[in-house]
Design a protein around this ligand. Structure first.
Ligand SMILES: *Cc1c(COP(=O)(O)O)cnc(C)c1O
Length: 370
C-alpha cells in the first residue's frame, strides 16, 4: 500500500512553486561569499525595511509568548482609515498569497473553474488546483491580460477570475478605466480577485482608487501586500479588501492566528511610514531607467514593466533559447535573477530592480554572460 495514492489525484499532479534561489543556497553551491551575492530574483525591496517597522519589531518581541490578535484590530483600523473601507471588509493574511488561498478555499470546489491569464502569477493555478478545481488559461495579448478574452472565457461553473495589476512576471499594466469596465461586466456570481501587489510602484497618475469600486461590486476582492514596496517579505503579511459578507466567508476558512504578532506590529508601523514607500518608489523609477538603458546598450529587448522588476529577452542560440545558459552564467558570477520558463516564457529572464550598485553589478555580469 502506498499512502501517497490516497492523496487526491488533483493534489498529486500539482507542480510545486519555484521560488527565487536563496542567497545562502547559492553561496553553499558555488563556494561564494554571501555578502557579495546580488539577489534580484524575488522582487524584494532593495532598501530593506523601514526604520519604523524595525523599531516596531523590536518592541513586539517582549510579547512573543502571547498569541497574536487573531482579528488584527489595530492594523485593520489603520487600513480602514487609509482606504476608507469598513474594518469588517478587511481580511489580513500571511502574505497576500494567503488571501489568494482563502478566496480559493471559500469559493472553489472540484466542480468549479477559475479563470486567469497565460503568464499570470503562479499562485492562481496553485490555489485552484489545490481545491481540485480546473483553471481556464486565457491567451495573453502582448504578454498582458486580454480582458475581453477573459470575460468570454467565464463559464457557468466559473467562481473566480484572477487579475494581476501590474502582473508578475510580465510587468504589464491595465488602466483604471479598462479594469473597472471589466469588473462591471463580470457576472455578479463570479468573484473578481484584483491582485495589486505592486500598486505602490505605479506612478501616482496611474494608481486607481480601486477600493471605491467595492461600493458598487460585492463580488470584488482586492489584495495588497507588505512584501514589496513596504519591504516586509520575510514577515509574511498582506490583506484583502472586500464586501463584509465576503470577508465573513474568508474568515471561516482562515486559521485563527494566521498572521503573527511581529508581522502585525511591523505592518502597522510600515503603513505609517509612507516616506519609506515614497523612497522605494523613487529608487525603483531610477533603477528601472538604469536597467532599460543597460538593455538598450546590450541590444536586448524587454517587456515594459509597471512593477519593481522587468523581463528581458535573451536571443536564441542554435535554435534554443539561451536564457537558461545566461541564468547559470549569472549565478556563477554571484548574481541571482529569475528564470520564467515555468511561465511559458523560455526566452526571457526576470530581474528585480535593485539599488544603483546592484543594477550596475547585474548589467556588467550580464554583459560578460552574453
Ligand atoms: C509578490 C506577489 C504577491 C505577494 O506575495 P506575498 O504573499 O504578499 O508575499 C502577490 N501577487 C503577485 C502578483 C506577486 O508578485
Amino acid at each position: 500500500m502506498d499512502i501517497c495514492e490516497f492523496s487526491p489525484a488533483y493534489i498529486r499532479v500539482i507542480a510545486p512553486y519555484q521560488p527565487g534561489k536563496p542567497i545562502s543556497e547559492l553561496a553553499r553551491e558555488m563556494g561564494l561569499d554571501e555578502a557579495k551575492i546580488v539577489k534580484l530574483a524575488s522582487n524584494e525591496n532593495p532598501l530593506g525595511i523601514s526604520p519604523r517597522a524595525r523599531a516596531a519589531i523590536e518592541g513586539a518581541i517582549a510579547e512573543l509568548s502571547r498569541y497574536p490578535d487573531g482579528n488584527a484590530f489595530e492594523l485593520k483600523a489603520a487600513l480602514s482609515r487609509r482606504y476608507r473601507v469598513p474594518a469588517e471588509g478587511i481580511v489580513v493574511g500571511n502574505g497576500s498569497n494567503d488571501l489568494l488561498e482563502l478566496v480559493a478555499g471559500a469559493f472553489l470546489t472540484p466542480e468549479a473553474t477559475s479563470v486567469y491569464s497565460r503568464h499570470a502569477f503562479a499562485v492562481y493555478p496553485l490555489a485552484t488546483q489545490a481545491r481540485g478545481a480546473r483553471g481556464i488559461v486565457v491567451p495573453a495579448r502582448n504578454y498582458g491580460h486580454d480582458l475581453d478574452a477573459m470575460l468570454a472565457a467565464i463559464a457557468p461553473d466559473t467562481r473566480i477570475v484572477f487579475v494581476a495589476n501590474p502582473n508578475n512576471p510580465t510587468g504589464t499594466f491595465l488602466t483604471a478605466a479598462e479594469t473597472e469596465r471589466f469588473i462591471s461586466r463580470v457576472p455578479e456570481n463570479v468573484v473578481v480577485v484584483l491582485d495589486e501587489a505592486y500598486n505602490e510602484y505605479l506612478p501616482p497618475e496611474l494608481r486607481a482608487d480601486s477600493a471605491r469600486w467595492l461600493e458598487r461590486h460585492e463580488n470584488l476582492v482586492i489584495t495588497r501586500t507588505f512584501s514589496k514596496a513596504y519591504g516586509l517579505a520575510g514577515l509574511r503579511v498582506g490583506f484583502g479588501l472586500m464586501a463584509p459578507r465576503v470577508a465573513d466567508l474568508l474568515n471561516r476558512v482562515r486559521q485563527p492566528f494566521n498572521v503573527n504578532s511581529v508581522a502585525l506590529a511591523a505592518a502597522l508601523a510600515a503603513l505609517e511610514d509612507q516616506a519609506f514607500v515614497e523612497q522605494s518608489y523613487a529608487l525603483n523609477r531610477s533603477g528601472m531607467a538604469q536597467l532599460e538603458a543597460g538593455f538598450r546598450e546590450l541590444g536586448l529587448g524587454w517587456i515594459p514593466s509597471a512593477g519593481n522588476f522587468i523581463c528581458f529577452a535573451i536571443p536564441e542560440s542554435g535554435g534554443q533559447p539561451g536564457a537558461g545558459a545566461v541564468y547559470k552564467k549569472l549565478l556563477k558570477q554571484g548574481v541571482i535573477v529569475r528564470p520564467v520558463a515555468g511561465y511559458e516564457m523560455p526566452g526571457h529572464l526576470r530581474v528585480t530592480v535593485g539599488t544603483e550598485a546592484e543594477n550596475r553589478i547585474f548589467l556588467e555580469a550580464l554583459r560578460l554572460a552574453l
